[in-house]
Write a protein that binds this ligand. Structure first.
Ligand SMILES: C[S@@+](CC[C@H](N)C(=O)[O-])C[C@H]1O[C@@H](n2cnc3c(N)ncnc32)[C@H](O)[C@@H]1O
Length: 282
């Protein structure tokens, strides 16, 4: 595990609380799966920071990405299905306040998946504070008087490179837009469970504001716990906010502390927990 190269971002998205940094740990868990084809699935994928690194390292044959949010789904779909058009849009779109306001209207006005919604979501993710698509202002502020300007995180060449690479491996990326609980239930038919690691990173139990869609409530957090712990899915890793409900629901499992960076600018860290199935190998 120590011999793994240090991987900088591979995902084209910035994600508040993103879990790309867990890739070495997840790689260790994957290496415990039986030899041969191996799969990795994220029911709450967001920017899928770890998933794409693991694919790039060839640690897994396929990644299965799911997110209920039409914005997130559209962005991934546009990258995978219209790769060249997406790359061209990254090169051609002016990165300024005018575009930011125009694409904000697109995001606020659409709920059906489309290329336009996908590109607008990506653009706002790269140009808004902390990568928050709805509810945050542009990097550098509305007057652009901040130290960083709106294009500080929009390195066209680097982003095009990531998008083109994703297009080149799209046959190994399966994308869905389902509720996470439906996705997990359906996985029993879609995936070879003995060969699949599920990485589950749900929204916080404590409604922490408006970072991203939160289509979970207490009943669903409990249902997720039932599903994960009924023995159907043999290999999973779960991260959550450190909340009494979670400590109670998973009291029979190993629970480790995890500090996760939410805002790079303000270096804000949140205390989370990492929970394992008990089949973790040595
Ligand atoms: C904590 S983020 C995941 C971040 C991701 N692990 C990463 O590294 O980028 C949670 C994601 O779950 C999605 N989501 C929220 N409720 C959902 C649900 N009920 N089913 C599926 N996805 C959901 C949100 O749209 C969001 O992208």
């Amino acid at each position: 595990m120590d011999k793994l190269p240090y991987m900088r971002s591979v995902s084209p998205f910035r994600y508040p609380g993103g879990k790309a940094f867990l890739y070495k740990y997840l790689h260790g868990r994957i290496s415990c799966l039986p030899e041969g084809a191996r799969y990795y699935a994220e029911p709450f994928c967001g920017g899928a920071g770890s998933a794409v690194i693991l694919l790039k390292l060839n640690a897994v044959d396929e990644i299965h990405l799911n997110d209920a949010d039409p914005k997130v789904f559209s962005a991934w779909q546009a990258i995978l299905e219209n790769t060249d058009r997406f790359a061209q849009a990254i090169l051609d779109t002016p990165v300024d306040l005018e575009t930011w306001h125009a694409l904000k209207k697109v995001v606020e006005g659409s709920s059906e998946p489309s290329f336009e919604l996908g590109f607008a979501t990506f653009f706002l993710n790269r140009t808004s504070r902390s990568g928050i698509v709805i509810g945050a202002g542009p990097i550098g502020g509305y007057d652009q008087k901040g130290n960083w300007k709106i294009d500080a995180r929009f390195n066209r060449e680097a982003l095009v490179e990531r998008v083109l690479w994703l297009g080149s491996v799209k046959d190994r990326i399966k994308l869905t837009q389902e509720d996470a609980l439906t996705f997990l239930s359906k996985s029993t038919k879609r995936l070879d469970l003995e060969r699949t690691l599920f990485f589950v990173d749900p929204p916080y139990v404590t409604a922490g504001g408006r970072l991203y869609l939160n289509a979970m409530n207490e009943a669903k957090h409990i249902a997720l716990s039932d599903l994960l712990q009924d023995g159907t899915l043999p290999h999973w890793v779960l991260t959550y906010d450190d909340h009494p409900l979670i400590r109670e629901l998973y009291s029979d499992r190993p629970i480790a502390d995890l500090a996760v960076t939410y805002s790079l600018q303000k270096k804000r860290k949140e205390q989370e927990v990492l929970i394992n199935d008990q089949a973790a190998c040595a």
